[in-house]
Design a binder for this molecule. Sequence first.
Ligand code: HAM
Length: 421
Amino acid sequence: MAEPTFRAPKGTRDILPPESGRRRAALHAFSEQAELAGFGEIMSPMFEDLGVFKRLGESTDVVTKEMFDFFDKGDPPQHLALRPELTASVCRGFAEHRPTPPWKVWYEGPQFRYEQPQAGRYRQFHQLGVETLGTDDPQADVDVIALGWNFFASLGLRQVTLLLNSLGDPTCRPEYLEALRGHLTDNASSLSSQSKVTLERNPLRVLDSKRNEDAEIIAAAPLMVDYLTDESRDHFDAVRAGLEQLGIAYELSPRLVRGLDYYTRTTFEFAADALATAQNAVGGGGRYDGLVEDLGGPATPGIGFALGLDRILLACDAEAVFPIPEPVTKVFVVDVTGGSHALDVCNTLRAAGIGADRSYGGRSMKAQMKVADRSGAPFAAIIGEDEVAGGEVTLRDLRGDTGQHRVALDNLVATISRLLG
Ligand code: HAM
């Protein structure tokens, strides 16, 4: 095959059928479960004023290195960016529309980050998520985490670990940051050069380093959980109690800091243990009690998560669960009289909700049967001159061993429906 003139841009890819059907099925399962839990869908723009995303943290990679930003053609031009995530957009939407809290929304869609692509890491990737705004009740945290947990289980995933931490509140955070900065500064000479730079900008982010030379220093660093105010500790304990009540297993992960700066109190990540790659986080989230205010809205607590669909499906592959759904086409119509009868039969079947497909171009019986086999349809409805004369089709079982028999056109829908159960 000749080299194509163009390929999908680096870090993006085409999702082709039948894999796209599997993604659609996962999205459908997620939307159903989110709606059952009282979330309504928010559809927000794919791009926002860059300022919205700057609130994710001026020292985060997402803001400093990974933003797909551009100027529009206005006068003066507006500095915009493709969304790297949706929590900031949801909070911007809350500040703009001021819905009655608690406001519970779910979303799905592509996100954009200019990352170095590798297995499970793309420049365009798909997230599913929920956000609950306007309550700091720890049971809202539990409800959100449980939704993610149950979604993974519904796909059949067994090897997902819930990592849990509290990042404290604006009262206890400064004291902790001071202790952490002190520890890291004392050991700065042994830190990696990257972590030395990170330390200047945000010591918390050093805890995220996976570099070998940093490991020992990070292991000895003070922990946020030891600095929590009574209020934050009670909140964390209540979240843990709620998870235990629902039988959701979690692992305390006191160095879990997440890659965005807006987090307060509850933070969590879902790790897919079946993914051997470094990119095994299939989702993450937490509280962001100051973000709405930061975006010009009223002081409003919030909690949510986003799950990475691309990685979730890689995890499903690794665990051999959630296969590609059965083909929608149930009947492949093989018309050897020219094709116009196939037009009618397909139309009738489709109107009755039965997936039907056909060949084009008046091809031979053999060629059409080959396409029928490839379609995955369980039945072929064959139309030749004899069938046309009798007002019938020959229905052939393509998968089982019930052979073939003639069916009157008037009975075709009822017969297929019965055979499909
Ligand atoms: P995040 O941890 O940046 O959080 O992303 C959530 C999930 O999106 C990750 O766990 C991962 O599965 C997926 N993901 C992120 N980047 C990529 C990438 N380059 N390629 C493939 N998948 C990726 C957030 O986005 C927060 N908005 C979550 C949140 C919601 N926090 C509170 N509410």
